[in-house]
Design a protein around this ligand. Structure first.
Ligand SMILES: *[C@@H]1O[C@H](CO)[C@@H](O)[C@H](O)[C@H]1NC(C)=O
Ligand SMILES: *[C@@H]1O[C@H](CO)[C@@H](O)[C@H](O)[C@H]1NC(C)=O
Ligand SMILES: *[C@@H]1O[C@H](CO)[C@@H](O)[C@H](O)[C@H]1NC(C)=O
Length: 378
């Protein structure tokens, strides 16, 4: 063990070896400095140095592991929808009626109702696939980008596809003006669903569950739904193609996180205290940036939510409800279909994947536009 450690050390000193060296030799020499160089002393000193080095190395490795884990978790965001920069300020200032539940739970189940609804659209148009896009009320730019790109695809491989945006209530200053604009936009496009909870990052679980309620009551005959964030690139063709061969019940797929550690660092965006969730890892859950499911699930998930206390991390919460139902999220049929890190645009690559995060709206729009030019992609 120590030999290995020592070899490793001599072959590859870490970059900060110089800082560490004086500290180590100082500690070693306090033990055995005085009587000079007889053999046992030498051995002792070597042993001391080796164990110090090993301890130091161990600490460095642990630090790297911790940093990587935090970084990865930050990037594999449970959901990439960002809250409005100043929305949260307004919410903190308002009296919070949910406070008795603590900040890590959300007000769900609860009787929310739809201010903007499209009650017959899904039933009448009978789509195969429904795309559900959560987006903040103010973010019209993102909605326009989606409408111009993957959201415009209505018939794919002979199947009907429909798109809806999911909004909560605007809050903060200029709420009324913003709501006025939302109503106007809804008249123009008839694709907005708005429910009466305050739209904020911490309320995304409410948005997801309200989406499940809507799907189960408004889309009785659709086969699949996908929840996808507005800043994602989506290849509807690959998605429909995968779904034509997918299970038709109790099915959810996407990027399935396994053994994801519960973050106990207060500063993490996804901090959850032990009192709220005592287990050290989450059950498998599909990352919130884009997941697909069969339309028998919404009703079952809404039912499960009555037995599972709602935490604010929406994709984790669906994972908890899935576990309650005894249904496991499924990995996609091939490993590259869903991408959590933005994939550099390449026509051939993009023609094969289903969804990827993007660097910007422009990246998303350009990728979609180029991919839909005539001619073989590869
Ligand atoms: C929110 O931010 C925008 C732009 O940064 C600013 O114009 C507006 O006054 C802010 N509203 C509040 C409630 O702080
Ligand atoms: C979540 O929505 C509820 C219902 O509108 C509201 O009372 C609460 O303040 C919101 N919480 C946050 C953190 O926005
Ligand atoms: C449900 O969908 C199937 C296949 O898309 C269709 O044949 C059937 O007529 C639909 N039923 C209703 C009630 O719309």
């Amino acid at each position: 063990m120590m030999g290995v450690c020592h070899n490793f050390w001599t072959q590859r000193p870490p970059p900060d070896a110089h800082d560490a060296q004086p500290l180590i030799s100082k500690q070693c020499s306090t033990d055995d400095g005085q009587k000079g160089a007889d053999k046992t002393q030498l051995k002792k000193r070597r042993w001391c140095r080796n164990s110090c080095l090993c301890l130091f190395l161990f600490l460095v490795v642990m630090m790297i592991v911790v940093i990587l884990e935090v970084d990865l978790k930050e990037r594999i965001s449970p959901s990439t929808t960002k809250p409005a920069a100043n929305m949260s300020v307004a919410i903190l200032a308002a009296p919070p009626p949910y406070v008795s539940r603590g900040p890590y739970h959300v007000q769900y189940p609860h009787e929310y109702s739809f201010i903007l609804d499209e009650p017959e659209k899904c039933r009448e148009q009978n789509p195969f696939l429904v795309l559900m896009v959560p987006v903040a009320p103010y973010n019209r730019e993102a909605r326009e980008a989606v409408r111009r790109t993957w959201g415009s695809e209505r018939q794919v491989l002979g199947r009907e596809v429909r798109l809806f945006f999911l909004l909560g209530l605007p809050s903060g200053e200029e709420t009324e003006q913003l709501q006025e604009k939302v109503l106007q936009e809804s008249k123009e496009h008839q694709d907005l669903l708005q429910s009466d909870f305050i739209d904020s990052y911490k309320n995304l679980t409410i948005k997801t569950m309200v989406m499940m309620e809507w799907l189960s009551s408004r889309c009785p005959n659709a086969s699949y739904a996908m929840k996808i964030d507005s800043d994602m690139f989506l290849n509807v063709n690959t998605l429909v193609n995968m779904l034509l061969h997918a299970p038709t019940q109790n099915y959810q797929t996407g990027l399935v996180a396994q053994w994801a550690a519960v973050l106990r660092d207060h500063n993490s965006k996804w901090y959850l205290p032990k009192e709220v969730f005592p287990e050290p890892v989450y059950p498998p859950y599909a990352l919130g940036l884009g997941y697909v499911f069969t339309l028998d699930l919404p009703r079952k998930l809404v039912e499960a939510s009555r037995h599972v206390k709602a935490v604010y991390i929406e994709d984790v919460y669906l994972g908890l409800c899935m576990r309650h139902l005894g249904i496991r999220p499924t990995d996609p049929p091939s490993g590259n279909l869903f991408q959590v890190f933005p994939v550099a645009y390449d026509r051939c690559t993009y023609s094969r994947l289903i969804a990827t995060t993007t660097h910007s709206i422009t990246h998303q729009v350009n990728a979609w536009t180029d991919l839909h030019k005539p001619g073989p992609p590869c």
